[in-house]
Write a protein that binds this ligand. Structure first.
Ligand SMILES: [Zn+2]
Length: 321
């Protein structure tokens, strides 16, 4: 996207599990546990961690839920491929085929212009997205050994237990894990979304990993560091729209939204060519006026765009048979 670097947000978060957490590794273990958390080796020791991909997935699906609540059909369902004959069950989402499967012309600007809010932020099969989050490793002194839990197999038909079916799972309880969140070349509504997600994580609303229905997965975060960086000095908050040429604004179909009153930023620190603005102390207050930007973007953008080949034909065919 854009082949330029214009602005960036870097946020450090500390994740504290409220409930036990299980992000399954998918590997069977020699000692017989059926579900074990992901682990790796760091400085010769085995550490259990939360993979960035799982955290990103949890945040994306939370954002998709918010977007559909604010504006029905505003984000795509990324795994709905119009070339596969799958009927989309919910009528209002019949046009929600993944942006990655839609045709929008050859340029990356056209793909970005047509993509829904979730794909613009988190990426699709066509481009990588602006948002990234690292793996979350335990802070020194907060490493955790997994604890064992038992589960009972449930018969999906009767709802009763299935005799002889027991399974074990290992969960992580407590601890503190650190991750880095980054948003590159952000539009102002994207920065607003990032703040919404951070606030919901602060308020224990987002769950990660498996087993939500059995009381696993709630986390709480704190935000020790929040920094905005621009390639030039700016005297108030700017997003991509305010930093690119008119031609680029049109090609990428950037949203022109600005807050009613310009948001002042603190004195920057120069780091080479970059100007860095530290908002760690009061980011949520300073950036609060951005929050309406997201709903306005959804209304303005109108949801996933671009050609969907044969999708309608498939849907009709499936309903007739
Ligand atoms: Zn999409």
């Amino acid at each position: 996207m854009l082949r330029k670097w214009l602005c960036q947000a870097d946020i450090k978060i500390i994740i504290e599990p409220v409930d036990p957490i299980l992000i399954k590794s998918g590997y069977a273990t020699i000692d017989g546990t059926d579900m074990v958390p992901v682990s790796t080796f760091k400085d010769g020791n085995k550490v259990y961690y939360f993979p960035g991909t799982s955290l990103k997935g949890a945040l994306r699906s939370h954002l998709e839920r918010i977007a559909r609540t604010l504006q029905s059909g505003s984000v795509c369902i990324p795994y709905y491929d119009p070339n596969k004959k799958i009927t989309i069950p919910v009528a209002t989402e019949r046009n929600s085929h993944g942006c990655g499967y839609r045709s929008s012309g050859d340029t990356s600007s056209a793909a970005y212009a047509d993509s829904c809010a979730a794909c613009r932020l988190f990426g699709s099969l066509k481009f990588g997205g602006r948002f990234s989050i690292s793996d979350a490793y335990p802070l020194s002194g907060h490493e955790r050994e997994p604890e064992l839990r038992n589960g009972v197999g449930i018969d999906r038909f009767t709802g009763g237990t299935v005799q002889g079916v027991l399974f074990d799972l290992q969960v992580l309880v407590g601890g503190e894990f650190e991750a880095q969140v980054r948003l590159i070349n952000f539009e102002l509504w994207q920065l607003a979304v990032l703040n919404l997600l951070l606030l919901d994580m602060e308020d224990e609303i987002i769950t990660i990993g498996s087993g939500r229905s059995r009381g696993l997965g709630r986390v709480r975060i704190t935000v020790p560091s929040y920094c905005l960086t621009y390639v030039q000095t700016v005297n108030h908050l700017k997003g991509l729209y305010q930093l690119v040429t008119e031609e680029e604004q049109r090609a990428y179909r950037l949203h022109s939204w600005e807050p009613q009153n310009a948001i002042a930023l603190p004195t920057p620190q120069a780091r080479g060519l970059r100007q860095s603005y530290d908002l760690s102390a009061n980011w949520s207050e300073i950036l609060q006026p951005l929050l309406p930007a997201f709903e306005q973007f959804l209304q303005w953008h109108g949801g996933p765009q671009g050609e969907v080949s044969n999708a309608e034909a498939h849907n009709v065919q499936e309903t007739n048979t």
